[in-house]
Design a protein around this ligand. Structure first.
Ligand code: ZN
Ligand code: ZN
Length: 846
């Protein structure tokens, strides 16, 4: 065994760390190890085993956690590519790729030192401790802790000596050696004692004791077994006489391949004894299996899923299958209008992959994974599907990971991080709604799952299929340059027409009515018509809350968040002012906080106010709202959509949440209120985002038999994003936008990175960004344009002041070389890595 191993640790440092391999340990490249790091214990991934003795002294690995690689060679390569491309620390990339945090329990302990023993002894002699800034209760708490730890130390020591004479290295990890107590125990002692006069938290008291060297803090973190099991009924035989209840259970089992969670059977309204009787007769068996979140929540389906395709879908599927069968890398872009049945084509392609015994991954945007979608997936793929969504606990996520790794689930469907699923023999990756911003991770590593998907497909000789009704400029550009094959689905299924879009110019509305109505006369009339015909309506307003701005008429100042340079939004029902960026809340002001004037005005309209307005206009209508305030989980979202589909609602108001591809049958009118706000933002993607949002929400209208209509209220009626969306003209929008990007040297014509310098001290943020600015000027990176430093559009966010640079280059290599050199310079200048955000291919420049 090599003597040393290099480990990538999840810390914000661009380096790996070398440890010594103990004689009896067998780490593997790609496997996890537990190591000491500074005062802590951490799990990291082994990246290399070698015999090169480092110049610094090395510590031993504490424990080898995986006998076989957790990340296979291909995923290791993908991780290195991400670290390189996005300039992210390798260890942080691996942590993102491997969702096994639940298998490691973070535990802190405290142990008494000799100084602590001495302090305890002296206090016992004099009766009164030395002068201190602590209250008497807090001092009492300190001595209770010392007393407790001293007793514990002697107890465990003697117990330990009795047990085996000299102390065990690994079998009894840590808790036996000298007797640290868990932080929770010690904190409980303190809070009991200091109830009456607690000016400090128990954590602060413990920190003080550590500073006085009475205690040492120790990291007792350790891996733990994460496998959870559930009871499964397994059908053994369907022979013999059965009564109606028994028949029901046996049929249910037979219909879902002979295996169903016991919980599911018990929800079938059959007496509990029926299950026992069948077990006693030997017709079924109860087994323990690793828990699978989704199987346990899904009712078994009676029949396999059948696809019913039109000719465009059939030829798209044929092209997909052909590409997969070549076993070579290729990229495809499925550009299909809303309602063209793209998703069914991907799913059929994936089922073909499954039938060939290979694997596929389907990425979907965050809001797309409702329980109804999950049920469909189970119907199509049986129990070979693993569904990874954001509502999974860490433990459930780890369980799904192991299922996939064991080869039990070869079809993986999930949001962004599902791109790292450890499937073997990957044949196909599908990225649905590839333009969706939720594919970009907005924390380190700042990867874009679509672009990682393309790279993973390349490494695996697999096919990557991107799909959207409104492809991103980058992807469509690649398709027109033959990097991807373009598959067009120009018609809605069953020849349903695209909705008619009518633009209402809100400037004219103001001139004619003399005020600024939220709902125009035209939209109000059309809504009334739909209600009379018992049809349904959706109204989009992409801003939540009641009023987005509170302004003082006396001094002209806005009420801002105390952590961010952002106006607080009034939330009427919660009676609060809320910051939508950091969650800060404040009471609703009766007077101006700046000058005390009572003339505070609540301006503008959010979705909450729009809902109220519509209630006032149509008191008889049944109205619901879908936004982040009314939707806490997938179930809330689904409940409202179901109510709409069941005809229990007449109108739904919502933010962009309602724009995403959900099939709703009875909606014949979509109203768009203030969807063009984004056009005023200083962001080069504003037009693209607006076009996408307008096109997607228009696509919700008239998907059933009735043709749809869209009323688009706007102040920017001549803007090309609005005009092309109104005419369902993607190609026109694309041409025009592409020209703008070309003039301005923006993606797809250049690679772009946003470098953000942040600090909670304004002078520090200014100084660091000034230093970097000078350095960029002096070091002259040929072929790289550097804009900045400039104040970020949101100058203060979550208490940090923010300055930024935008770097553009026609050459990806030159851009990354400049960024890498900048990081090295920043490290030499001791600018902390965590205060310097490098966002390659940034989606937001705010
Ligand atoms: Zn004021
Ligand atoms: Zn804030």
């Amino acid at each position: 065994m090599p003597e040393f191993c290099d480990v990538a640790l999840p810390v914000p440092l661009d380096t790996v760390f070398t440890y010594r391999v103990p004689a009896d340990a067998m780490p593997v490249v790609g496997g996890r190890v537990l190591v000491p790091f500074r005062q802590r214990r951490m799990t990291g991934i082994v990246v290399e085993l070698h015999d090169r003795k480092p110049s610094v002294t090395t510590k031993n690995i504490l424990r080898v956690l995986d006998a076989a690689p957790a990340l296979d060679e291909q995923l290791m390569r993908l991780g290195r590519w991400i670290a390189d491309y996005y300039l992210a620390p390798l260890g942080e990339v691996f942590r993102t790729m491997l969702p096994l945090g639940a298998e490691f329990k973070r535990t802190i302990g405290y142990r008494i030192t000799e100084e602590g023993q001495m302090a305890l002894h002296l206090a016992g002699m004099s009766g009164s401790p030395a002068r201190s800034r602590l209250t008497p209760d807090e001092q009492a708490a300190e001595f209770r802790v010392l007393d407790y730890l001293a007793a514990r130390a002697s107890e465990t020591r003697s117990h330990h000596m009795d047990a085996n004479g000299k102390g065990t290295a690994s079998a009894v990890p840590l808790l036996a050696a000298g007797g640290p107590a868990l932080a929770a125990e010690v904190s409980a002692l303190i809070s009991e004692t200091t109830l009456r006069s607690a000016t400090r938290s128990s954590r602060a008291i413990l920190n003080g004791m550590v500073r006085k060297k009475w205690l040492v803090r120790e990291d007792l973190s350790a891996p733990q077994d994460a496998t959870r099991t559930m009871k499964i009924a397994v059908l053994k035989s369907a022979e013999g006489k059965l009564n109606a209840n028994q028949r029901k259970l046996v049929d249910t089992l037979a219909a879902s391949g002979g295996k169903v969670p016991v919980d599911t059977l018990q929800s079938l309204e059959v007496p509990r004894t029926t299950l026992k009787t069948l077990t006693r007769r030997g017709l079924l068996e109860i087994a323990e299996e690793p828990a699978d979140f989704f199987i346990s929540h899904t009712k078994p389906r009676p029949s396999p899923f059948e696809f019913d395709f039109n000719s465009a879908q059939q030829s798209a599927l044929a092209r997909l299958r052909e590409s997969v069968e070549t076993r070579k890398f290729s990229g495809m872009l499925f550009h299909g209008v809303t309602g063209s049945g793209k998703t069914a084509v991907y799913l059929a392609g994936m089922r073909a992959v499954l039938e060939a015994g290979r694997s596929a991954i389907l990425l979907v945007p965050e809001i797309g994974l409702t329980p109804a979608v999950a049920a469909d997936l189970h119907q199509i793929f049986g129990d070979q599907v693993a569904i990874l969504h954001s509502a999974l606990s860490d433990r459930e996520r780890a369980e799904q990971w192991h299922r996939i790794k064991r080869g039990e689930a070869r079809m993986v469907v999930g949001t962004r991080s599902a791109i790292f699923a450890p499937v073997a023999d990957l044949a196909l990756i599908v990225v649905d709604e590839e333009h969706d911003a939720s594919y970009k991770q907005e924390e380190t590593p700042r990867y874009h799952a679509r672009d990682v998907a393309v790279m993973r497909a390349k490494m695996a000789n697999a096919v990557v299929a991107l799909g959207s009704a409104t492809p991103s400029l980058e992807s469509y550009f690649n398709a027109t340059r033959n990097k991807y094959a373009l598959v067009e689905l120009p018609d809605r299924v069953e020849q349903r027409p695209l909705p008619e879009v009518e633009i209402v110019d809100m400037r004219q509305e103001f001139q004619e009515t003399g005020h600024e109505p939220v709902v125009s006369r035209k939209l109000a009339t059309e809504i009334k018509k739909r209600f009379n015909r018992k049809e349904q309506v959706m109204v989009l307003l992409n801003r939540r809350g009641y009023s987005p701005v509170v302004l003082c008429r006396a001094c002209g100042k806005k009420l801002e968040c105390s952590n961010c340079a952002i106006a607080l939004t009034h939330h009427k029902r919660e009676r609060k002012m809320v910051c939508h960026y950091c969650g800060y809340t404040a009471p609703v002001p009766k007077a101006c906080v700046h000058c005390g004037s009572e003339y505070v005005y609540f301006l503008g309209t959010g979705s909450e106010k729009l809902e109220e307005l519509l209630h006032g206009m149509f008191p008889q209508a049944r109205i619901a709202r879908l936004d982040r305030d009314t939707v806490r989980g997938h179930e809330d979202f689904e409940r409202t959509l179901n109510a709409l589909n069941e005809g229990e609602l007449d109108l739904v108001v919502g933010t962009q949440m309602i724009a995403k591809g959900h099939d709703i049958h009875g909606v014949t009118l979509v109203g768009v209120v203030g969807a063009d706000v984004a056009l005023g933002l200083p962001d080069f993607r504003a037009a693209e985002r607006t076009f996408q949002l307008l096109t997607q929400v228009a696509g919700r209208a008239g998907r059933g038999e009735s043709p749809g209509k869209v009323i688009l209220q706007t102040y920017f009626q001549d803007h090309y994003a609005v005009q092309y969306a109104a005419h369902h003209d993607f190609a026109g929008f694309y041409e025009k936008e592409l020209r703008f990007r070309s003039w301005m040297h923006y993606p797809p014509y250049s690679a772009l990175a946003n470098v953000l310098v942040r600090s909670d001290k304004l002078d520090e943020a200014l100084r660091w960004s000034g230093m970097l600015g000078k350095w960029f000027e002096q070091s002259r990176h040929e072929g790289v344009r550097v804009l900045g430093p400039a104040a970020a559009p949101i100058l203060k966010l979550k208490r940090d002041y923010r300055y930024h640079f935008i770097l553009k280059s026609a050459s990806r290599e030159k851009l990354n070389a400049a960024l890498r050199a900048m990081l090295a310079y920043a490290a030499r200048q001791k600018i902390p890595r965590t205060q310097l955000i490098v966002d390659v291919d940034a989606l937001w420049l705010m």
